[in-house]
Write a protein that binds this ligand. Structure first.
Ligand SMILES: *Cc1c(COP(=O)(O)O)cnc(C)c1O
Length: 425
């Protein structure tokens, strides 16, 4: 594998960009490698500046469910661009995307578009606090909800491998309103509700955790926290920024038949462009400005190019119904990986829901942060580097979800399994 150009570009980038990257995990630190710089992408493939081709299992951290450079998405984006790229005045396109989201989720009557998942979470939490008149929010250890201040407490994703359980710059006054419970532990949530009776505005959860690696919920976990929120008049927020339109068209809530009060979306609904959304019952959503008094705004919110990409993506997902096929193919891949690693005597677990999965190097089941953190991250680094060398791009951290797209085929899976066979861990 050539990497001369990527190495040069990284050197240059570090002079003018902190760490040379615009989002920490991209620096490949936790896998003890130097980042590749990408020139282009098509279907399931990434091409770097040195001319190497990789099968992509990270897919821009989730959004590219239709693969890279999807023809129909690009066509709609080009049409939108040719009409000007931002007006700051309403467009019919925004309503079209909102209608698609509303019809996909039983729990959503109205939706507000923003420019990132982080913003969606910020808005959901402000809305929950404003609607309940309470300050405290329960979050789960290892769940990541964007880089918003009061959620950077025991967060997952890049923070897990950077060894920063929270971050300097987050005031204690914010963190004190964030209460923590272990993922999949409804009992702990019940105890917090008892201890802080009448003070909890919301419980926020990734209904399928993706940011400590993939960790699906226990069968009763979501149901129990739903009923605890109802009993205590707190709002349940499902952060479906990853799982929305990934694990099912209507997200994890459709799969598990549980209605949250608020849902945050992002990633897939932007079709590869920056976007986020918060949705819920009209009675809560109407509290947002200008209908209500809870303020939220954004210069580029509902940007016509982003929205056009989102509509084109959801349209294809709705008509092609790829979820069964994605599930089957990802199952083949994961079973194949397990079989080969077992033959090599490599201790591991694979957690999977539909086309989202994580291979953990551990000999205990991974059900939450504590068990995820037991994984052998050195071994993951070795795995990552060897796979990269063999033309397979994985998330550059143990604690992330892997994805496949509708452009991945049996042939790509077989190539990947061929690489797994050659691993020397
Ligand atoms: C990615 C992610 C976010 C943040 O979205 P950004 O667009 O990166 O701000 C929030 N919540 C979850 C569950 C995510 O995976």
């Amino acid at each position: 594998m050539q990497n001369r150009k990527s190495a040069q570009l990284f050197k240059k980038a570090q002079k003018v960009i902190p760490g040379g990257v615009n989002s920490p995990v991209r620096a490949f630190k936790s896998v003890d490698a130097k980042p590749i710089f990408i020139q282009k992408a098509k279907g399931p493939f990434l091409y770097d500046e040195d001319g190497n081709r990789y099968i992509d299992y990270c897919l821009s951290w989730g959004p590219m469910i239709l693969g890279h450079a999807n023809k129909d998405v690009l066509a709609d984006v080009k049409t939108a661009m040719s009409r000007g790229t931002s007006y700051g005045i309403p467009t019919g396109l925004e309503t079209q995307l909102a209608e698609r989201v509303v019809s996909a989720f039983d729990s959503i009557d109205k939706v507000r578009l923003v420019s990132s998942g982080t913003e969606a979470v910020m808005t959901a939490i402000r809305l929950a606090r404003g609607a309940t008149g309470r300050d405290k929010v329960i979050k789960f250890v290892g769940c990541y909800h964007g880089h918003v201040d009061h959620m950077l407490v025991s967060a997952g994703s890049g923070l897990m491998t950077l060894g920063a359980p929270s971050s300097p710059g987050v005031p204690n006054d914010f963190a004190k309103n964030t209460l923590l419970a272990p993922y999949n532990d409804a009992q702990a949530v019940q105890q917090l509700f008892k201890k802080y009776a009448g003070q909890i505005a919301a419980v926020i959860v990734e209904p399928v955790a993706g940011n400590m690696g993939t960790v699906p919920p226990h069968p009763s976990f979501l149901k129990k926290i739903r009923s605890l929120c109802t009993t205590n008049k707190s709002l349940l927020i499902f952060d479906e920024v990853i799982s929305g339109f990934r694990v099912a068209y209507g997200g994890a809530q459709t799969l598990y038949k549980i209605k949250p009060d608020l849902t945050t979306l992002g990633k897939i609904i932007g079709g590869g462009f920056p976007i986020g959304a918060v949705g819920g019952k009209a009675s809560i959503m109407n509290k947002l400005s200008p209908e209500g008094t809870i303020y939220q705004a954004g210069t580029l919110s509902g940007n016509p190019v982003c929205v056009a990409a989102g509509i084109a993506t959801l349209k294809q997902l709705k008509t092609s119904k790829p979820y069964r096929q994605l599930d089957k193919l990802t199952g083949t891949l994961c079973d194949g990986i397990s079989e080969r690693l077992n033959a090599k005597g490599v201790a591991h677990r694979i957690n999977r829901l539909g086309s989202m999965f994580t291979l953990f190097f551990t000999d205990t089941d991974v059900t939450g942060y504590e068990s995820a953190a037991k994984s052998d991250t050195k071994r993951y680094g070795k795995y990552f580097r060897q796979m990269l060398e063999m033309g397979i791009y994985l998330p550059p951290s143990q604690f992330e979800a892997n994805f496949i797209s509708t452009t991945h085929t049996q042939r790509h899976i077989e190539q990947t399994l061929g690489a797994i066979e050659k691993l020397r861990l």
